[in-house]
Design a protein around this ligand. Structure first.
Ligand SMILES: Cc1cc2nc3c(=O)[nH]c(=O)nc-3n(C[C@H](O)[C@H](O)[C@H](O)COP(=O)(O)OP(=O)(O)OC[C@H]3O[C@@H](n4cnc5c(N)ncnc54)[C@H](O)[C@@H]3O)c2cc1C
Length: 228
């Protein structure tokens, strides 16, 4: 039974030797990119909130985690593994659940979007945007309840896949969604992307290997996805 939002339960699997080719992508020669909805003129209404110092002060007053609104941090978080580069409004690195709730409430109150981020290894710009970025990779990496008989484990969303597998190894188990970015990819980001791996034909994607997710919603509400 999960009682802490952000935790994910996983099933148990055994290794075999299946593999398949994951990515094959060819662009047609005449591909044309859609017009930029927010060109040089900065018509993006949220652009004026980028680096908003009043918002940063409000967040810093209310949360214990890190509030990063300086130009260097915004630069770091404006990229991921994609070709896109978009400066965030600012970044919050929450230390505990209350920080997340608090930041979500402030963001809702201020009318700004929130963008969760794990390892930032996504390739199509999932983790960049004019938003308040919430980075779960630093403090949300605990392992919770482990039931070897049931083959399930609870983890926080910032836990990196390789760390989980190191933890499971002494028990003769491993988590089978073996993304090739496993030394950086977090379980939360893997769930967000419905990640797959070399052995997914045999073991499935994330959607087949997550029992439940306890989540905090953008409006401050809570939701449990999975069996109650
Ligand atoms: C070289 C390379 C190889 C790759 N190989 C694979 C592969 O084999 N298989 C594969 O599936 N992908 C692959 N990817 C893509 C990517 O690495 C994976 O999808 C990885 O699982 C993403 O994890 P992450 O922690 O970096 O997530 P992020 O990129 O940080 O986030 C992914 C998504 O999840 C959301 N998210 C993150 N954390 C949370 C949270 N706590 N709560 C709610 N939402 C959250 C984000 O908003 C985003 O939409 C590859 C990428 C690269 C660059």
């Amino acid at each position: 039974m999960l009682d802490r939002p952000g935790e994910i339960e996983f099933k148990r699997y055994w290794p075999t030797a299946f593999s398949y080719s994951l990515f094959s992508c060819k662009f047609p020669k005449d591909v044309s990119l859609a017009a930029d909805p927010h060109p040089q003129t900065n018509r993006n209404p949220l652009r004026s909130r980028v680096g908003d110092s009043a918002l940063a002060r409000r967040l810093a007053r209310e949360i214990e985690g890190e509030v990063l609104f300086d130009a260097f941090s915004r630069g770091r978080y404006s990229t991921d593994a994609s070709i896109y580069q978009i400066e965030p409004i600012g970044v919050v690195v929450p230390r505990h659940q209350q920080d997340i709730l608090c930041a979500l409430q402030i963001a809702a109150d201020e009318g700004i979007p929130v963008l969760p981020r794990g390892g930032g290894t996504s390739q199509v710009g999932q983790t960049v945007g004019t938003a308040l970025v919430m980075d779960s990779s630093k403090y949300f990496n605990a392992v919770g309840e482990f039931d070897p008989a049931a083959g399930s484990i609870q983890v926080e969303p910032g836990l990196v896949l390789d760390q989980l597998n190191r933890w499971l190894k002494p028990h003769g188990l491993f988590y089978p969604v073996d993304v090739s970015t496993g030394n950086r990819a977090t379980l939360g980001g893997m769930a967000g992307n419905n990640s797959c791996g070399a052995r997914s034909i045999r073991y499935g994607n994330m959607v087949h290997n997550v029992n439940a997710i306890d989540a905090l919603l953008a409006d401050g509400g809570r939701s449990r996805v999975g069996p109650s």
